[in-house]
Design a binder for this molecule. Structure first.
Ligand SMILES: [Zn+2]
Length: 418
């Protein structure tokens, strides 16, 4: 799936945790006026080193409470956890924005490659950059918290009595071949986002203001600057890479459309139109493994049915995770810490809202590794568990690095490892 959906959310969490900074009270933020101290005299390499040491110390101080607030919110969505999470998220964003602006003051200082990279990472550390105006910064954090709460608690209601969660609908999307039901769920889930529209528009406007204050044209340019190349080169590189795989995707789309058309009929899958996305076995049409039986090649292929094998061998959610851990142990990685098993969320709990989208966390940036998933006992989810644990092992692999390096080499790299 959700791999993209999951990835995005995982990435944000990761950034938040990695970036998590201390929880200065608003007065603390005002009192830490580093800009002043570094602007009086010409800046030196030693100043850059001192500045990064201070940034690292402040980040470490705030990172744990902020990460715990984010975890509490993701696993217990309610009014209070939303407030606490929004508060920490804002503190963190404001601190990082302040330091990002200060990092830019070293742009012309002749520092070594290591310091330069840490300064650059600091400037690019925020997904959405809050403006210096505290009212706007607070609003930006509140919008982020509200949007993820609406997404996590989102349900589609067929009528007043019959509502479906994302997990329930995803299970149907994976197995049903009733085109009317699939279309109903596809469209129904997209009703959840309609009330988000005005919040999203407002979020973009405020984040663009923050990006401009950091010296970028807008948030898009800030995001496109994260790949060790000029922002304007990024889409060119993307097109170049897409060109390499495009012929394969064209052929695959053509084949899958033809097979689905045979199964559902040309009135539902016309051969001269794009494939209707609701028929691909996934709420986002981004992973097509669930329709394999409908589209597989004519010749016999020996592809194991993992979902069936999990059922036959009595796998529950915990055993699925243990098996995934065994895979990584077989590659030579240390076992997961005991706290992973005590603190992770593997199943959708009864009686409260949670963010079900799979994500991988390292709450103390050392070894408080966890995953958060509402595991379905399917082969697809078995893959996702391996993917999430891949994030955890990568997080642990860089836990001795300077704080600013405790993250993905770029935001695609974590997903590639997973
Ligand atoms: Zn991921």
């Amino acid at each position: 799936m959700n791999l993209i959906q999951k990835s995005i959310i995982g990435g944000l969490v990761l950034t938040a945790c990695m970036a998590c900074s201390p929880v200065p009270s608003p007065s603390n933020v005002a009192a830490h006026n580093d800009a002043k101290s570094v602007s009086n005299a010409p800046l030196t390499v030693a100043d850059a080193r001192d500045f990064l040491a201070k940034v690292e110390a402040d980040i470490q101080k705030l990172s744990q409470p902020a990460a715990h607030a984010a975890w509490a919110y993701a696993t217990h969505i309610n009014y209070d956890t939303a407030k606490v999470n929004a508060y920490f998220s804002e503190q963190l964003s404001v601190l990082l924005a302040k330091y990002a602006v200060e990092a830019a003051k070293f742009n012309d200082v002749d520092v070594d490659a290591d310091i330069r990279r840490q300064l650059d990472l600091l400037k690019l550390s925020l997904e959405v950059a809050p403006p210096a105006d505290p009212v706007k910064a607070e609003r930006l954090a509140a919008i982020g918290s509200e949007l993820s709460g609406m997404y996590g608690a989102g349900k589609y209601c067929r009528d007043e009595q019959t509502c479906f969660s994302l997990v329930e609908m995803s299970a149907q999307m994976a197995t049903s071949q009733d085109p009317d039901l699939l279309l109903e769920f596809w469209e129904g889930w997209r009703e959840v986002s309609v009330p988000m529209r005005s919040l999203f528009v407002e979020q973009v406007a405020i984040a663009n203001e923050g990006a401009v204050e950091l010296g970028y044209a807008n948030t898009s340019e800030l995001w496109r600057s994260k790949y060790d190349m000029p922002a304007e080169d990024f889409p060119v590189e993307l097109d170049r890479l897409w060109g390499q795989v495009e012929p394969f995707y064209e052929a695959l789309q053509c084949h899958v459309r033809a097979k689905l058309s045979e199964h559902y009929g040309a009135d539902i899958v016309p051969l001269d139109q794009p494939i209707p996305a609701h028929l691909l076995g996934n709420m986002w049409a981004q992973s097509w493994g669930n329709v394999y039986d409908l589209v597989k090649p004519e010749q016999e292929m020996n592809v194991p049915n993992v979902t069936q094998a999990l059922a036959d061998q009595g796998y529950d959610e915990v055993k699925m995770v243990q098996q995934a851990e065994n895979f990584f142990s077989s590659l030579g990685f240390e076992p997961l810490p005991e706290t992973f098993w005590q603190r992770s969320m593997f199943q959708q709990p009864e009686g409260r809202d949670v963010q079900c989208h799979a994500s991988a966390w390292n709450l103390d940036d050392v070894d408080d590794l966890r995953i958060k998933m509402c595991i379905q006992k399917t082969g697809e989810e078995f893959n996702v568990i391996h993917h999430e644990l891949g994030h955890n092992y990568y997080q642990r692999a860089y836990n001795q690095q300077p704080m600013l390096y405790r993250g993905s080499a770029n935001d695609g790299f974590h997903e590639a490892i997973g």
